[in-house]
Design a protein around this ligand. Structure first.
Ligand SMILES: Nc1nc2c(c(=O)[nH]1)N[C@H]1C(S)=C(S)[C@@H](COP(=O)(O)O)O[C@H]1N2
Ligand SMILES: [Mo]
Length: 317
């Protein structure tokens, strides 16, 4: 994360957020999505009555619960952090095109009673896929609003029955340097790994995403399976997972190994704790020109603040 802000695309000034919304609708029509219902915020009272024609989706519908309009499919799939492919955000999509995502298995083990290796198709049939519109706040101080499809990590963890001494969950990305040229870089301790405390992993917000905008998730977004932890900085949301392991000790993470002082284990979004090299008080929503204030826990405090009671939140480690 050294080339900060170098390549952030600025939408031309004549394009307004309204136009962005229209282009999203145009995308939906082009993609043949039967309905905007898949995108509707679960809290929207009109969700059940949504018409089949995407044109008639009310402007308020494709938003998160705070009213933020979702980013376009184009934005979400062409501006990506995925160092296994490239450190250049615009290069990730072309370089990951054709990445082999099937067959794919995920090994779930460690301190569990029923370790099991799941095929992605098993996960899709075992767990009902939900729509979740989440804000994604990158530690680099840009953000997006993304309509994910997936299922709660908790439902998978319950199935393998964690043992009482399991306290953390460790995640690992596939290691396939022939296909992922970035993994040839000696500057990073591959494979990418991440971790959560078990109670964070069990929180209902914590998602395993398999889709986006009602479509199968693309390689640049972490196909076929990636974590989404919306109250933490984006680097916690590890992509292309092949291993999930329950542990007694806190797992190492790639970014914490690279720079302990800059990328803590907890990494909860916190506007009051600056990154050593820049402020975290505000962020730029991709597609917008102006900055908006960053919210504590990325706006999810009601659901997650209780996880950190008694902890010093000025310490991200
Ligand atoms: N394996 C892996 N997972 C990763 C990354 C990465 O480089 N490799 N980047 C992280 C960062 S810094 C962010 S902000 C998000 C970006 O997700 P997106 O490209 O789907 O928006 O993915 C996270 N997950
Ligand atoms: Mo990030």
């Amino acid at each position: 994360m050294t080339n900060l802000f170098k390549s952030i695309p600025i939408r031309s000034s004549e394009i307004t957020p309204k136009d962005a919304y229209l282009s999203r609708r145009d995308f939906m029509k082009a993609a043949g999505l039967v309905s905007g219902a898949a995108l509707l915020n679960a809290c929207a009272p009109s969700a059940a009555n949504a018409a089949e024609d995407a044109e008639s989706v009310p402007a308020s519908s494709a938003t998160d619960e705070l009213g933020n309009i979702v980013n376009t499919y184009q934005e979400i799939t062409s501006y990506n952090n995925y160092y296994e492919f490239s450190t250049n955000k615009e290069a990730v999509a072309p370089l990951s095109k054709g990445f082999t995502t099937a067959p794919w298995t995920v090994e779930v083990g460690g301190l569990v009673h029923k370790p099991k290796t799941f095929g992605v198709e098993d996960l899709l049939s075992l767990f009902p896929q939900e729509e979740r519109i989440y804000r994604l706040r990158c530690v680099e101080a840009w953000s997006m609003v993304i309509p994910w499809n997936g299922f709660s990590l908790a439902s998978l963890l319950k199935m393998v029955e964690p043992k009482s001494d399991a306290k953390y969950v460790r995640f690992e990305t596939v290691f396939r340097p022939e296909e992922m040229k970035g993994q040839g870089s000696p500057f990073y301790p591959w494979p990418y790994q991440e971790g959560l405390r078990l109670d964070e992993a069990m929180n209902d917000l914590t998602l395993l995403a398999t889709g986006m905008y009602g479509e199968t998730i693309l390689p640049q977004n972490g196909a076929p399976l990636r974590l989404v932890v919306p109250w933490k900085y984006g680097f916690k949301s590890i992509k292309s997972i092949v291993k999930i392991e329950l542990t007694a000790d806190r797992p190492n993470t790639l970014w914490n190994t690279v720079s302990t002082k800059e990328y803590g284990f907890y990494a909860n979004v916190n506007p009051e704790v600056d990154h050593p090299r820049w402020s975290q008080a505000s962020e730029r929503r991709i597609g917008d020109l102006s900055r908006v204030p960053t919210l504590m826990f990325n706006g999810y405090g009601e659901q997650v603040a209780g996880l950190y009671e008694g902890m010093d939140l000025s310490l991200q480690f």
